[in-house]
Design a protein around this ligand. Sequence first.
Ligand SMILES: Cc1ncc(COP(=O)(O)O)c(C=O)c1O
Length: 447
Amino acid sequence: MTPPATDPPTKLSPLAQGLNDRLEAAAPAVLKMLSEYGRRLYFPKGILSQSAEASEKAHRFNATIGIATEGDGPMYLPSIQQHLADIDPKDAYTYAPTPGRPGLRAAWRDKLLKENPSLPGRSFGLPIVTSAITHGLGLVGDLFVDPGDVLLLPDKLWGNYRLTYEVHFGGQIVTFPFYEASGFNVKGFAQALARAAEGRTKLLVLLNFPNNPTGYMPTPEEGEAIVGALHAQAKAGTRLVVITDDAYFGLFYHLGGASMTESLFAALTGLHENLLAVKLDGATKELFVWGLRCGFMTFGPGDAGSCEEVCAVLESKVKGAIRGGISNVPQLSQSLVEQALGSSSIEAERKQKCETLRVRAERVDEVARAPRFSESWDVYPFNSGYFMCVRVKGVEAERLRVHLLDEYGVGLIATAPEDIRIAFSCLEVEEVEPLFEALHKAIQELC
Ligand SMILES: Cc1ncc(COP(=O)(O)O)c(C=O)c1O
């Protein structure tokens, strides 16, 4: 019997091979971190690079790119442009470059340097624009996750990670308890890291601070211990891809003591050749433009000497993944964020919104810890971001959630059998106490 015809295995393009050879020469440990797809990725010399050449040299007619033009700009409809009075049509409707608008990338890099005092002096890549952080998480999967690969995370995590890394990429999420006493479980993290690395040469670690769902940002001492554990594991020979999901960066309220105010990415960059730091962050939460879908992916390789080459190769591969996935990130979103970053008042505006959230967080901290509620829940430590969690007593969180909705018209999220997440980011200060009163009453009714 003739065996069924099968397609030949996907061949490595010479361009991908060239990128892999460069990585092998510059940072062999990083090449070994790549997934099968990551190894096959490259950025084609197709329409885009021919168009780029034409935009430099085609001074008579440029008939290369797939948009429609009129005069020296893109064609557009007045019914759309009337809503964008201050935006030049070419900054709204044309395709953005695959890795993002150069001005936006440079502005976000400046922001990183300004907001992370340990970063200046370290070598890291130019941020690549993503369709917000969710897309960045997917790109990490494209480059680094093969079926069966392990990702280590604390057990209180944003549920969407499971869809991305387990359902889509076939990876395996391994967790450890988030808290120990009133802080981050640094000992549990170090132990889980060593255990997960046993029998493995590569491991992904995903750290999200300020955290969703807990609203926790580590203290400086905890941050040092996290970095120390990762450094020790890299020195022991495990190749580590450490992803920092910094979605809620900057929203630090220091409840109950000082927390870190910079990303772990800063301390992880240039730490060891076996450790590649990948920072994911975005305008979505930080600039309060969730639906604009504008985020960034920044590489922090372990060796400053080969950083430029490693970032160039990884950027080509990310560009291939973006081009083959979503093509590019909306120009209009990028233009708006770029212009906002260049505005002289943006710092003050962000500070004011952060202050509004801080006042709500403080009120939540005060109300949720009132002794009269102690029979209903324990408050998990929180100090930052949009959220906080309580561990409810004597009732299953999902049952409570439904009861709160049906009987009180209050919507909260059940994140685990005993845990309820409260997004204080969308509560006015005066709504905090009535919300916790309703939560308490609902729990007592169900107990
Ligand atoms: C921890 C975390 N990462 C990423 C995201 C997604 O962010 P974006 O809207 O930028 O894709 C969220 C949104 O809820 C989040 O909580």
